[in-house]
Design a protein around this ligand. Structure first.
Ligand code: SF4
Ligand code: FES
Length: 256
């Protein structure tokens, strides 16, 4: 017996409308350190669908037009933080940016994030970013032993105090959109301060004063000029500028 299904049964769901394709131009800032002395812009026309993201367009270019195009990505779903890039002049995650949400009547400009050393095409050296992150000691520190066979108890209100800054995925979109960081790579940058905030305001942690001392440095929170670029850039919706302000207030109070 064979079963042939070639049309929707009477009363069944209506056939879905075909997804429309369109051609979009991406202008990508390329740089190959083995060949180029300066970055150069290169155009690519690609056929995409309304459901596609910039990451899909980059994959399509790499797989079908130019295998040398170089970029980072891992999860493709806004979790790993590896594909932050400047898209039409604004820091975004390529995997979270739908092409149909951009103005596709014009070319879409894609380039590496600013303020970190350019390595190749859309890849920058993230080591200075992670060096600042490590400097603020982003891990729980306590000299007090937890209750025997139990976790460290925390109230719902105490947990809520730092909930926003737990959402960071270390994509560097905030730090690399900060004009202070562009002009002075010594500044810790918003992401390091966000990750310090996450522990400074954690009631289980006992190293807040150490972190506040670190961030009271001349390269610390006082370099922030409250431009809100970081908050605008954050793909996780973290109130980055507010977190920085709360750390400044904690330094002035001498405690969280
Ligand atoms: S605070 Fe937001 S923009 Fe900055 S690194 Fe974390 S997730 Fe990325
Ligand atoms: S690829 Fe992981 S966040 Fe975009």
């Amino acid at each position: 017996m064979s079963l042939v299904v070639d049309e929707a049964p009477a009363g069944g769901p209506a056939p879905e409308a075909p997804v429309e394709a369109f051609t979009v131009t991406l202008i990508i800032r390329r740089f190959d350190p083995d060949v180029d002395t300066e970055p150069r812009w290169q155009d690519f026309d690609v056929q995409m669908y309304a459901t596609d993201r910039i990451l899909d367009a980059l994959h399509k270019i790499k797989w079908e037009q130019d295998g040398s195009l170089t970029f980072r990505r891992s999860c493709a779903h806004g979790i790993c933080g590896s594909d932050a890039m400047r898209i039409n002049g604004r820091n975004r995650l390529a995997c979270k940016t739908l092409i149909k949400d951009l103005d596709i009547s014009k070319p879409i400009y894609v380039e590496a994030i600013k303020g970190l050393p350019l390595e190749k095409d859309l890849i920058v050296d993230m080591e200075p970013f992670f060096a600042s992150y490590r400097e603020v000691q982003p891990f729980l520190q306590s000299a007090t032993e937890p209750p025997k066979d139990k976790e460290r108890i925390q109230s719902v209100a105490d947990r809520a105090r730092f909930d926003d800054t737990t959402k960071c995925i270390l994509c560097a979109a905030c730090t690399s959109s900060c004009p202070v960081f562009w002009t002075d790579g010594q500044y810790f940058g918003p992401a390091a301060i966000v990750n310090a905030h996450r522990f400074i305001f954690d009631s289980r942690d006992e190293a807040a004063s150490t972190r506040l001392d670190i961030l009271n440095d001349k390269e610390g929170v006082w370099r922030c000029r409250t431009t809100f670029n970081c908050t605008d850039a954050c793909p996780r919706g973290i109130q980055v500028t507010q977190a920085i302000a709360e750390v400044k207030q904690a330094i002035m109070r001498g405690k969280p």
